[in-house]
Design a protein. Structure first.
Length: 78
């Protein structure tokens, strides 16, 4: 599995929307994601690039858990 996801500010803004099912735009971001069943690999030239952001991990510092172990009444779609 490859770690991926939104930066802390974008994630918190999304969680703050609650269970509102409507799509919405978060301005001033440039994040995108795609899913694949394949394992992505990084080329050596990318690892040696002068443009590589060595501090990118800091976008997730401060990320809080919003997990609740309390049971909720969800309907199974299966």
């Amino acid at each position: 599995m490859t770690p991926h996801g939104l930066d802390t500010n974008t994630f918190e803004a999304t969680v703050a929307k609650g269970e509102d099912p409507e799509p919405f735009r978060i301005s001033d971001t440039m994040a995108f994601m795609f899913e694949s069943s394949l394992i992505p690999r990084v080329f050596l030239w990318a690892l040696e690039s002068p443009y590589m952001d060595h501090n990118y991990y800091q976008y997730w510092i401060g990320l809080k858990s919003h997990f609740s172990s309390e049971e909720k009444n969800y309907k199974s779609e299966i």
